[in-house]
Write a protein that binds this ligand. Structure first.
Ligand code: FES
Length: 191
C-alpha cells in the first residue's frame, strides 16, 4: 500500500516535467521556428534547469479531399533549405503508423535516402498491401511506409524521416519530423 502511494507520488512529480504527445504538438505547432524555454527538474527535489523548446513550423501542405490514391504530392519541410524535399501520400486504405485520415492511410516522408542522400522522388510503390519507397537509385535501399519508414532492404541503416501530420477538417498540416534529414546535423536550421 505504502509502495503504491510512493509510486503515485513519484509519477505525479515526474508528470510535472514531462510533455505528452498532445503537449509536444501544441508546443511545436505554435509558430514558425518558435523557440522558448521551460524549467524542468529531472528528479524530485533537484533544482530546476532551463531547457530550450524549439518548435517545428505548422505548415499547411494540402487538402485531404484533393489527394488521390497512391499519388504523392510534394512539399518542402520544415523549411525551404537543403534536403527539405518531402511528400504526402494517401495510400489507398493501407493503414500506417502515424497515418491520419479516416483510414489512417495518409502519411508524409522525406524524399532523401538516409544512406547517401539518393533522391527517391518517383520511387513510391503500392504493390498489394505493401507501400514502399524505393528502390533507391544509388544503392537500392527500400523503406516500408506503413511502419514509420523502416528499412526493408539495402545499404541504409536508418528509417526514412517521417513527417508528423495533423488533420484539421479537410486541411493537412505538417507539424514535426521524426528522424534526422539527410545531410543535416539538425532538422531546424538556425534562423
Ligand atoms: S543512397 Fe540510397 S541506398 Fe545508398
Amino acid at each position: 500500500m505504502t509502495d503504491l502511494r510512493k509510486k503515485d507520488e513519484t509519477a505525479a512529480e515526474h508528470g510535472k516535467c514531462m510533455l505528452n504527445r498532445r503537449e509536444f504538438l501544441m508546443y511545436s505547432g505554435t509558430a514558425a521556428a518558435a523557440a522558448g524555454t521551460i524549467s524542468i527538474s529531472l528528479f524530485p527535489g533537484q533544482p530546476q534547469a532551463k531547457a530550450q523548446v524549439v518548435g517545428y513550423p505548422r505548415k499547411l501542405i494540402g487538402k485531404l479531399s484533393e489527394l488521390q490514391d497512391n499519388k504523392p504530392v510534394d512539399f518542402n519541410y520544415p523549411d525551404e533549405g537543403p534536403n527539405s524535399q518531402c511528400f504526402v501520400v494517401k495510400m489507398a486504405g493501407a493503414k500506417a503508423g502515424g497515418g491520419v485520415g479516416p483510414k489512417r492511410d495518409v502519411v508524409g516522408f522525406s524524399y532523401l535516402c538516409t544512406h547517401q542522400g539518393g533522391f527517391l522522388n518517383g520511387k513510391y510503390q503500392a504493390v498489394g498491401d505493401n507501400r514502399v519507397l524505393g528502390q533507391c537509385p544509388l544503392h537500392l535501399s527500400t523503406y516500408d511506409l506503413t511502419r514509420h519508414g523502416i528499412i526493408i532492404s539495402g545499404q541504409a541503416y536508418q528509417s526514412i524521416p517521417q513527417v508528423l501530420l495533423e488533420l484539421d477538417g479537410d486541411d493537412i498540416y505538417a507539424v514535426g519530423m521524426m528522424g534526422l534529414l539527410f545531410g543535416r546535423n539538425q532538422n531546424l536550421m538556425e534562423s
